[in-house]
Design a binder for this molecule. Structure first.
Ligand code: GDP
Ligand code: MG
Length: 682
């Protein structure tokens, strides 16, 4: 799409992609969509503010392209003398060879009488002036002082529109500033440069004064917007060597930053980052095209909005990609190791990326868009953070339970200590984990609190510990009860097998002693459980009741029908069949069998009321259970009526036992009688 008229060297250069030309504005006055890519291909997109922009202004065929190619090593088309062929109309741009410079060359037509071309000329000049730091004003020596011949009319128009469109202060309060570098061509030398310079300065001053300025810019001076600088070049053909030498000298002013007359002074820079240049220039071209009444600050803000959004979107999408893989594990309840440091690095990465590219744009817009970006970043991180906290909470609780479990495995553990240790370890683990999970550093961290989750965890650990303690207390009471049963069994057997009037006193003394031991065993253990007073009271009440029930069970065993009747029989036999010395009696007819029989029987029957009721001789030994309204350890044993448990045999039962014993006794009597008959018979 490029019509090349240059020589072979030019074509070769053109093929070198990195310094290829781009037609910024084509002959249809369309802005190229390719400028951003071209700037990338030139390797300038990341150069930030470290680049410069230069353009050229001047009549046709005054050697402009020739000059640019010499100064910047570019390959703009140069008019071929022999063919006088026209080059392609438009605004062209090249990168300066070995320099971070974007160079623009305007290619017009010779037929300046045509209105269409005048429009293009004016617009391209305005565009060049508004977008470059240095505008080279190229003219023949003999044009100096000639208003028409030197394009001064055009310059006046351009100044006027430029002031109207772009004359307001930049956002940082500066006037937009441009260097006008006049290059006088074919300088013969008879008129010194200083004189030509004076003439041109006066002309510029006159033009400036004749401008119709916007009301608010009435008192602005030429020097508020422009610096003027001058150079002269000898005739390219007639003084070829000197021409080449002077061009090289002039080139130094574009290259050597330390020179006083270095042209790319910071004040001229438009402060548009290289990656925004294409968009910015397109905006300027649109304004030039439509003469929209927009000023540069607004333009810069629009640019900033556009670019900051773009940069933010890129940073965000990278960030989202990084965050994505961690979503599922968090949602599935996993504690992701090092999540916080990952989140911090994604977040910082996104902001660094954004800052690197966006901070060069309009500061207000940059800051606003940055805050927006932070909002989106944090709202993406927030579910991960809170998910991690929830998972930490859960796993801490699991650990807590495990630790409690392991601690209580042995026999001699201190419950309160185990709870305390497990609690401390789990709280520390949670707090460390929660701290690690905070995706930001410094002051912002206060917005990422974990107190709520932490309090929940503590509450749950508390109730787990409570439940454990209740279970443990229950277990302990059961063990003590078992021991009690074992211990009470023998004394009860012993005392109940020897019916004496103070039999119940002995049983109750044994009961008291054994229960006393059980109670102290409980209290000793309960200390390490940190049980409350009420819990102790309840547990002791349960223990007493169960102890009593155990005692009663043992008594029931001893007083079950068969064993009780056996007791009566033994008691009776001891009195009827044996004499006082324990020798078996041999009955003779003279013996008072009837008397002995009824004596032994009556004595034996006295045992029934003795066993019927637990009633000690010594009243102080009477046992009563304090009435305990609720038994939290075993709520199933309801309706326990203590007084009724004192009764062993009801009256009917006693009568029944009486009559059953009588039958047994009668059998002995008959047997005794028979034995005398048989002894007589012998
Ligand atoms: P442009 O139209 O302003 O870009 O001019 P060109 O660079 O295409 O040059 C137009 C013609 O002027 C070409 O034939 C060049 O060889 C010639 N030319 C270039 N520089 C000079 C110069 O310094 N003096 C003279 N007399 N001719 C020049
Ligand atoms: Mg040219």
């Amino acid at each position: 799409h490029v019509a090349l008229n240059g020589d072979a060297a030019h074509s070769q250069q053109a093929s070198a992609e990195s310094f290829a030309r781009v037609q910024v504005i084509d002959d249809q006055k369309q802005f190229t969509p390719d400028l951003t890519h071209q700037i990338q291909r030139w390797g300038l997109q990341n150069s930030g503010f470290d680049y410069d922009m230069v353009a050229v202004f001047g009549s046709q065929s005054t050697g402009k392209s020739t000059l640019l190619n010499r100064l910047f090593g570019t390959d703009f088309d140069v008019m071929d003398e022999t063919r006088r062929q026209q080059t392609t109309k438009g605004i062209w741009m090249c990168r300066g060879k070995g320099m971070n410079v974007m160079v623009m060359d305007v290619e017009g037509t010779d037929g300046r009488e045509r209105g269409e071309d005048q429009d293009f000329e004016r617009k391209s000049a305005l565009f060049s002036l508004a977008s470059s730091e240095v505008l080279i004003v190229n003219l023949w020596e003999h044009q100096v002082g000639l208003y028409q011949g030197a394009n001064m009319g055009l310059l006046k128009t351009v100044f006027e529109v430029n002031l109207g469109l772009f004359g307001k202060k930049t956002p940082d309060g500066r006037n937009p500033r441009t260097l006008l570098l006049f290059v006088i061509r074919d300088h013969i030398g008879t008129t010194p440069l200083a004189n030509l310079q004076a003439t041109l300065t006066a002309d510029m001053q006159k033009i400036w004064e004749s401008l119709s300025k916007p009301p608010e810019l009435q008192d602005r001076q030429l020097s508020d917007y422009f610096d003027l600088s001058f150079a002269a070049l000898p005739h390219k053909v007639l003084a070829a060597d000197k021409f080449e030498f002077e061009v090289q000298e002039l080139r130094k002013r574009f290259m050597e930053k330390t020179r006083d007359d270095y042209v790319f002074k910071p004040a001229y820079h438009k402060r548009i980052p290289a990656d925004g240049v294409a968009f910015y220039m397109e905006g300027i071209w649109e304004q030039v095209q439509t003469n929209k009444d927009l000023d540069l600050p607004t333009q810069q803000e629009l640019l900033a909005q556009f670019r900051c959004d773009e940069i933010s979107a890129v940073a965000l999408s990278e960030f989202i990609e990084q965050a994505k893989p961690q979503r599922r594990p968090i949602e599935s309840g996993k504690v992701v190791e090092g999540l916080g440091s990952m989140m911090r690095s994604w977040r910082t990465g996104a902001l660094v990326r954004y800052d690197r590219d966006a901070s060069r744009y309009h500061p207000g817009v940059y800051k606003r868009k940055r805050a927006d970006l932070i909002g989106v970043l944090d709202s993406t991180l927030s579910p991960l953070f809170f998910g991690q906290l929830k998972n930490l909470h859960k796993s801490s609780l699991v650990h807590f339970k495990q630790e409690m479990h392991e601690g209580m495995r042995g026999e001699n553990y201190n419950f309160a200590e185990i709870v305390q240790q497990a609690k401390e370890r789990c709280e520390t683990a949670f707090e460390d984990g929660a701290k690690e999970a905070i995706p930001v550093e410094g002051e912002e961290a206060i917005h990422w609190g974990s107190d709520e989750e932490f309090n929940l965890l503590r509450e749950e650990m508390g109730s787990v510990a409570d439940q454990c303690r209740k279970d443990e207390t229950k277990k302990m009471v059961n063990i003590i009860e078992r021991n009690f049963k074992r211990q009470i069994s023998e004394p009860v057997d012993l005392h109940l097998s020897k019916p004496t009037p103070d039999m119940w006193d002995k049983v109750l003394v044994a009961f008291r002693d054994t229960l006393g031991k059980a109670e102290s065993a409980y209290l000793a253990k309960a200390k390490s459980f940190n049980c409350t007073e009420t819990e102790n009271a309840t547990a002791l009440a349960t223990l007493r009741k169960r102890a009593w029930i155990a005692l009663r069970a043992k008594v029931d065993e001893q007083t079950a029908d068969q064993s009780f009747l056996a007791k009566l029989r033994t008691y009776f036999e001891e009195r009827f069949r044996y004499d006082e010395k324990g020798v078996p009696r041999v009955w003779t007819p003279s013996d008072d069998i009837d008397g002995a029989f009824s004596k032994a029987k009556d004595e034996t029957l006295e045992l029934v009321p003795l066993y019927s009721k637990i009633s000690p001789v010594d009243d102080s030994l009477s046992y009563t259970l304090p009435s305990e309204p609720s038994d939290s350890l075993a709520s199933t044993e309801d309706d326990f009526d203590f007084p009724s448990t004192l009764t062993i045999f009801s009256e009917t039962k006693a009568l029944d036992l009486n009559s059953r014993f009588r039958k047994d006794a009668d059998a002995f009597y008959v047997e005794a009688k028979r034995s005398t008959v048989s002894s007589v018979a012998q």
